[in-house]
Design a protein around this ligand. Structure first.
Ligand code: GUN
Length: 188
């Protein structure tokens, strides 16, 4: 679903429920983080919104962080073929051309996804919008050499990057406020 971006002033004034609904898709199938981020308001700029989501994830239990990684569909995977992706994931995968792979590229993706699942028990998550098809392939090969701990940290880092770009799509920034002594001051 395409949501109309809100200004910082509008999102700072939303109820917790409305804020959670607006940002529900920022972290894949995990709207509860939007509710936790809501508690960090008021925000002075869009980077503070992204930081609030990052804090909510970083403060969560390790098991919940793994669940968040697992909530991501495989890139060019079965869900993508079946048209079962969230709107956000579908548009990201399309942006890197992952819906238009050659048969050889598709086979290579399936091979890398399978190797990755086998090694880490997780889907390979990368911020697709900050990459090209080639760097996505290269990243999968490189990350297969990681330890489990390194890889979970890498996946959470990528999820933070994905979330930040999704947040930028949902906030209309006018730079009307700045923070002074912890309070927001309107800039005329
Ligand atoms: N990178 C950006 N979106 C996604 C997604 O939905 N799944 C995976 N695995 N990586 C992504």
């Amino acid at each position: 679903m395409t949501r109309t971006p809100l200004t910082l002033e509008q999102l700072n004034a939303l109820s917790d429920d409305a804020f959670t609904e607006h940002f529900a898709g920022v972290l894949e199938h995990s709207p509860h983080y939007a509710r936790r981020a809501a508690a960090g308001r008021p925000f002075a700029d869009v980077e503070e919104v992204a930081a609030a989501f990052a804090r909510a994830v970083a403060a969560d239990e390790p098991g919940a962080q793994v669940q968040l990684i697992r909530a991501h569909p495989d890139l060019a995977g079965k869900a993508a073929l079946a048209g079962e992706l969230t709107a956000e994931s579908a548009s990201e995968q399309t942006s890197a051309g992952l819906d238009r792979l050659s048969p050889e590229e598709y086979a290579e993706f399936q091979r890398l996804n399978a190797a990755y699942h086998e090694r880490f028990g997780l889907p390979y998550v990368v911020c697709v919008r900050e990459n090209t098809k080639d760097t996505i392939f290269e990243g999968a090969r490189r990350r297969l050499t990681h330890t489990q701990e390194e890889e979970q940290a890498a996946a959470l880092h990528e999820i933070g990057r994905i979330a930040r770009l999704r947040i930028l799509d949902l906030v209309q920034e006018g730079r009307q406020e700045k923070r002074m002594d912890g309070r927001l001051i309107r800039i005329p």
